[in-house]
Ligand binder design. Structure first.
Ligand code: BES
Ligand code: ZN
Length: 457
């Protein structure tokens, strides 16, 4: 090992408490991007990020306003001739609801056992702080052998609506060899992982209207179509008996899985028992003809995320509601396009909605799926780094979640991303009691130190 590697790793080990302090600080800022009441907190989180970049000695640090939440940029161009890595992160988080199910406050980070609990601990403030600390460890003990640019956004959890324009406007400033994206986690704490594909997303709100107002279900039951039932019928018709999605043309652009890729996915350590244990479900289900690993990563899905209609309070109320609403989302795989799926949903509703019901469909947000190149110096540097720290070669997997920026960067900047972070499947991301496993987080910082040093030409 070179001296710099050793000294940087020594710095990481000597500064564990200080690193944790920084991490706790950002977790206390409730930067919920979807919540209009937290615009100020999101801005504060952006300023916090900019302050950390300045402290690190980054240049050209700036908080760029966008149509909604700011983008933070900074750069370290100190290694002329060496590659340039664009480190991506998001400092926004999902809403903490339902609040009553948190054991400690979502924005009062609390350590229990080996885990740190807070909204954003895993997705992805922890991963951003890990990246900052890896760079700090190298810069405080020697010279960074590569150039770095930072792109930290505040809209990932709402589909990155302003990022596309930012990437286009700032193409030159963002020029780089590839991106590091630590917004995806590991298959398990002993299973270092590189994600090479992400699903896309198309998210809708469907509202159906029946009678002009709520009706007594005794006086009028039997003569009008209940909109809650009509909605349930429409939603249940979106899958067939094989678990396939029935929107017209939905599978037309789905890239088939090659035999080689299926064989590779079959070797992942996540078997059916793993998914049963992780989910607590009684049985697994889904599209016939595909394994669980294929169904969660390489096949598209449609889910009902929430439904609202009629009387949901305590006790009973005999009512035929006037309307019903459903939040419906689809996860997409290459080469599906969220804009096509919106049209397919409209076609489905035109064909299937009963004549006695009026419907409205809102396109809430979307993201394009991606597959990333695995044969490049960035992925090789990460694979070697993970192997050094964990003592075993990484698994390559397709992630079921979505990170729209990966395809945006491919399309608009012409660059690939190395996707590898240090969250775990049981981190409760987007759910109550989100957490980050701290020993894995510290290992992650060391892996990022190795990764950056491995990039030395
Ligand atoms: N970090 C996640 C994506 C992710 C989830 C990666 C699970 C690995 C495992 C990201 O912050 C996220 O949650 N994205 C949203 C997408 C968005 C358009 C709202 C998602 O997947 O729901
Ligand atoms: Zn998320």
């Amino acid at each position: 090992m070179t001296d710099l590697r050793e000294s940087a790793l020594r710095y990481v080990r000597a500064n564990k408490d200080a690193f944790l302090e920084t991490y706790l600080e950002i977790l206390r800022i409730p930067s919920v991007s979807t919540d209009p009441g937290q615009v100020e907190a999101v801005r504060q989180a952006a300023e916090w990020m900019a302050a950390r970049l300045r402290e690190l000695g980054m240049q050209a640090v700036q908080v760029y306003p966008t149509a909604r939440h700011p983008v933070v940029y900074g750069e370290w161009p100190g290694a002329p001739g060496a590659p340039t890595v664009l480190i991506y992160g998001h400092y926004d988080v999902q809403p903490p609801d339902p609040l009553d199910q948190w054991e400690s406050g979502p924005f009062e980070p609390t350590i229990r056992g080996e885990d740190l609990y807070a909204r954003g601990a895993s997705d992805m403030k922890g991963q951003v702080v890990a990246s900052l600390k890896a760079v700090e460890a190298i810069l405080r003990t020697g010279d960074l052998p590569v150039n770095i640019k930072w792109l930290l956004e505040g809209e990932e959890e709402i589909g990155s609506p302003s990022l596309e324009a930012f990437l286009l406007e700032q193409r030159e400033m963002l020029a780089c060899d590839f991106a590091l994206n630590p917004d995806s986690g590991m298959l398990g704490q002993d299973w270092p992982t590189i994600t090479y594909a992400l699903r896309g997303l198309a998210y809708f709100e469907l509202r159906v209207y029946g009678p002009a107002h709520d009706l007594h279900s005794g006086i009028y039951g039997g003569i009008v179509h209940n909109p809650a039932i009509a909605l349930a019928e429409l939603v249940s018709g979106m899958h067939d008996e094989q678990g396939r999605i029935t929107l017209p043309g939905f599978y037309d652009k789905v890239r088939p899985l090659s035999a080689a890729e299926r064989a590779e996915l079959a070797r992942l350590p996540t078997d059916e028992a793993h998914y049963l244990a992780q989910t607590g479900a009684l049985a697994l289900t889904g599209e016939t003809g595909f394994t669980a690993n294929e169904r969660v990563g390489a096949r598209p899905t449609l889910d009902l995320n929430g439904m609202l209609s009629g009387f949901t309070g305590k006790g009973a109320k005999t009512v035929i509601p006037a309307w019903a609403m459903a939040k419906i989302s689809t996860r997409l795989v290459p080469d599906q396009d969220p804009a096509d799926v919106y049209k397919q949903m409209v076609q489905y509703l035109e064909a299937r909605a009963p004549g006695d019901i009026r419907w409205e469909l809102d396109d809430l947000h979307g993201g394009v799926p991606s597959i990333s190149d695995r044969d490049n110096p960035g992925v090789r540097a990460m694979a070697a780094a993970l192997e050094t720290v964990w003592g075993s070669k990484p698994y390559y997997r397709r992630e079921g979640g979505s990170i729209p920026v990966v395809s945006q960067m491919q399309r608009l900047l012409g660059i690939e991303s190395v996707i590898s972070g240090f969250g775990l499947p049981d981190d409760n991301v987007h759910a109550p009691n989100e957490k980050q496993h701290l020993p894995t987080w510290y290992r992650g910082i060391e892996a990022l130190v190795h990764f950056l040093l491995n990039l030395k030409p």
